[in-house]
Design a protein around this ligand. Structure first.
Ligand code: CP
Ligand code: NVA
Length: 307
């Protein structure tokens, strides 16, 4: 396993499989992992708000016998100009792992490069690997084997789209991104995902046609149209994303029995209709729950072995 968990692209299909298998075991037999990180401390740096990531990491490390320390935007000296490198080196003298939610992806990369302890990416502007690890666990629970399944992501080519591209391509899935003009995922990320898919028997389709993306999909996924930090663009984005709401009509293009996914928080009436997210195809709360199990697997693999 790599020292850090920064991007699903850093993990081979076999390593992701090992994490998913462990996450499943942890979900089935949580008490068997009571002391997997006994006495260990996770520092949790948050430059942005969070419900799921904060609470699932805090409770997750506690359930593994360790403790978490929440470090909010104004709690540490980063906002007063202390460098990422100094922060990483100091924290490495106290704690056994660092989880960080940041704006610039280079910040988690720098934390990992300068810290001697494992660094876990709890969302950056580039990606959100913890979410997609939990999502892969959720798809597997709902539909069985990942190999050959089609996931359609509809909306902004953002951090979620990037991790979905990497995660699905690594696991041999067919991934389609349907995005409005001007909101495509990062080209280099798409190129890398295509390379990964070529190795695993998956495929990558990028299109501006939401119905074309959803056609025959087993999974339909969406995310907010304005991510954290883009609040000022919200009104403009509402106009640009017209026609990209995941509603019953769009879901009808997917396979019968398709599931609906969203990383949350959601905006009903924008990227998804209430009918879909609150309807029988939705697995959004299983996704939220699996954040706990999947992240415990990451902590056990990366931190547990340091004891
Ligand atoms: N999905 C997710 O990461 O949620 P939070 O922003 O609440 O952590
Ligand atoms: N794209 C969203 C994901 C939130 C979990 C954001 O970055 O705000």
């Amino acid at each position: 396993m790599p020292k850090d968990f920064l991007s699903l692209a850093d993990y081979t299909p076999g390593q992701l499989r090992a994490l998913l298998d462990l996450a499943r075991q942890i979900k089935l037999y949580p008490r068997a992992f009571n002391d997997a990180c006994a006495g260990q401390t996770l520092a949790m740096i948050f430059q942005k708000p969070s419900l799921r990531t904060r609470v699932s990491f805090q409770t997750g490390i506690q359930q593994l016998g360790g403790q978490g320390i929440y470090l909010g935007p104004t709690d540490i000296q980063l906002h007063r100009g202390e460098t990422i490198s100094d922060t990483a080196q100091v924290l490495s003298r106290y704690v056994d792992g660092i989880m960080a939610r940041v704006f610039a992806h280079s910040d988690v990369v720098d934390l990992a490069a300068n810290g001697s302890v494992p660094v876990i990416n709890g969302l950056s502007d580039f990606n959100h690997p913890c979410q997609v690890l939990a999502d892969l666990q959720t798809v597997e629970e709902a539909l069985g084997d990942l190999q050959g399944r089609k996931l359609a992501y509809i909306g902004d080519g953002n951090n979620m789209a990037h991790s979905i591209l990497f995660g699905c391509a690594r696991m041999g899935m067919h991934v389609a991104v349907g995005h409005p003009r001007g909101f495509a995922p990062d080209q280099e990320t798409v190129r890398r995902a295509r390379e990964m898919a070529a190795d695993t028997g998956g495929s990558v389709l990028i299109t501006e046609d939401p119905h074309g993306a959803v056609d025959n999909a087993d999974v339909v996924y969406t995310d907010v149209w304005a991510s954290m930090g883009q609040e000022a663009e919200h009104a403009e984005r509402l106009k640009r994303f017209e026609g990209f709401e995941v509603n019953a009509e769009l879901m009808a293009s997917a396979r019968p029995g398709a599931i609906f996914m969203h990383c949350l928080p959601a905006h009903r009436g924008e990227e998804v209709s209430a009918e879909v997210i609150d309807g029988p195809q939705s697995v959004v709360f299983d996704q939220a729950e699996n954040r706990l199990h999947a992240q415990k697997a990451v902590m056990v693999k990366l931190m547990g072995r340091r004891r």
